[in-house]
Ligand binder design. Structure first.
Ligand code: FES
Length: 400
């Protein structure tokens, strides 16, 4: 209160006038974009990075780890730094389809400073991107990727010191990055990782994790095998009981989860048994939406047409496409060779934010992360919105 009294009230009232005067007298010359802070922001958050594949580790026919290095011939001299848990989205052209796919970075943040990223790609049956990367990309292939993105990162101000990681299949990749960052001393947390695989042969980074466990007493990896019983391995599925068995008994812990959609559905129910506060539960984005009938809130209307026409304004051009009502608008645009902005493909990042000028759409409640203002002014996320009628939309230009 005493501090408030010292404020010169008359000076305060004149502040607006003084500011207005200063604005009017200011130069109209644009601010120098070359200020160090601007350059640093551009380096840390590039919208696009050009890379090439420098090495490939083949786990089996259906899974490979690609090492990516900057492609200086296409104006990418180095790679952006990232925090463990981040992903990059890869833009591909497969036939006439132009698409993006998000892949978690499995390499350590330190490797980025040394000019290397790694992503691990597992084959998805009928998956356009994974099949293309696994079967058609080799050492030397040039790729275009985004800067690092995502929120699946450890934040000491929000998360407990101990993280219980729950991983399934290729969902191990962000945890491998986190484990390396812990061993390198770049993340100040403890990781107890429960990793579900079918058999020992399906475990990714098994030896690498063993090496990391030797380097840091803040790492513990528990492999859980569903289809095989072996001494030293848990058997079955990751469950609430298994979390209780390995989680700290007398201190708070955060749960970080990354894996296939089926695992999320199973674990959501299991984790309720632990009665943990919501703030301790974090999960990587759920993945792309496919069959809209899988969502309980899909309108049960006989008059939803099988195909619709979508009028698209993009890059100052106007196009009309025929689209299936059973696919997201993003999938239909991509199939028709229209490069739309998208990264997470799960309704989380907001990059596919577009204006619905006319028409009816369905966005599943569980994927609808729009702000109230977006809903009021008819903005949609293309990656998780299905057409219910003919549409007209305005789509921003993709940045990569
Ligand atoms: S691509 Fe991220 S919200 Fe649509």
């Amino acid at each position: 209160m005493s501090e408030l009294k010292t404020i010169n009230r008359f000076r305060f009232l004149k502040l607006n006038q003084e500011r207005q005067k200063a604005i009017e007298q200011a130069s109209t010359k644009p601010v120098n974009p070359g200020y160090p802070v601007g350059q640093l922001a551009k380096k840390l958050h590039p919208q696009v990075q050009h890379v090439k594949i420098s090495a490939i580790k083949e786990w089996d026919q259906n899974c490979k780890t690609f090492t990516l290095v900057p492609d200086e011939t296409r104006a990418t001299p180095n790679l952006a730094f990232f925090q463990a848990g981040a992903y990059i989205s890869v833009r591909l052209q497969v036939g006439q389809t132009i698409l993006t796919r998000p892949y978690s970075l499995s390499s350590s943040p330190r490797q980025a400073l040394a000019g290397q990223y790694q992503i691990t790609v597992k084959r998805v049956p009928k998956g356009l991107a994974s099949n293309y990367l696994l079967d058609h990309c080799s050492v030397g292939t040039q790729l275009t990727v985004s800067g690092p993105l995502g929120n699946f990162t450890y934040l000491p101000i929000r998360d407990a010191h101990t993280v219980v990681g729950i991983a399934g299949g290729s969902g191990i990749t962000p945890f491998y990055s986190l484990a390396q960052a812990i061993a390198d001393g770049d993340e100040d947390c403890r990781l107890i990782l429960l990793y579900g695989s079918r058999t020992v042969d399906d475990i990714l980074f098994r030896q690498e994790f063993q090496e990391l466990e030797k380097r840091s007493d803040r790492l513990q990896v528990v492999n859980v095998l569903s289809d095989e019983e072996r001494p030293g391995y848990e058997h079955g599925f990751i469950s609430a009981d298994l979390v209780k068995k390995y989680a700290p008994q007398k201190e708070d812990y955060s749960i970080f989860m990354c894996g296939p959609q089926g695992m999320y559905q199973f674990m959501d129910k299991e984790l309720q048994k632990l009665h943990l506060a919501k703030k301790w539960l974090r999960q990587e984005v759920q993945g792309e939406a496919h069959d809209p009938h899988a969502f309980s809130d899909y309108p049960n209307q006989a008059n939803i047409p099988a195909t619709v026409h979508i009028n698209v304004d993009i890059n100052g051009e106007h196009k009309t496409i025929t689209a299936s009502s059973q696919q997201t608008i993003l999938q239909s645009l991509e199939k028709n060779g229209i490069a739309a902005p998208a990264h997470c493909r799960s309704g989380e990042c907001g990059w596919c934010h577009s204006h619905l000028v006319s028409g009816k759409v369905f966005c599943p409640l569980q994927m609808d992360h729009r702000r109230a203002a977006d809903q009021e002014f008819h903005y949609i996320y293309l990656c998780c919105t299905y057409p219910l009628s003919d549409l007209t939309i305005q789509v921003p230009q993709p940045e990569m």
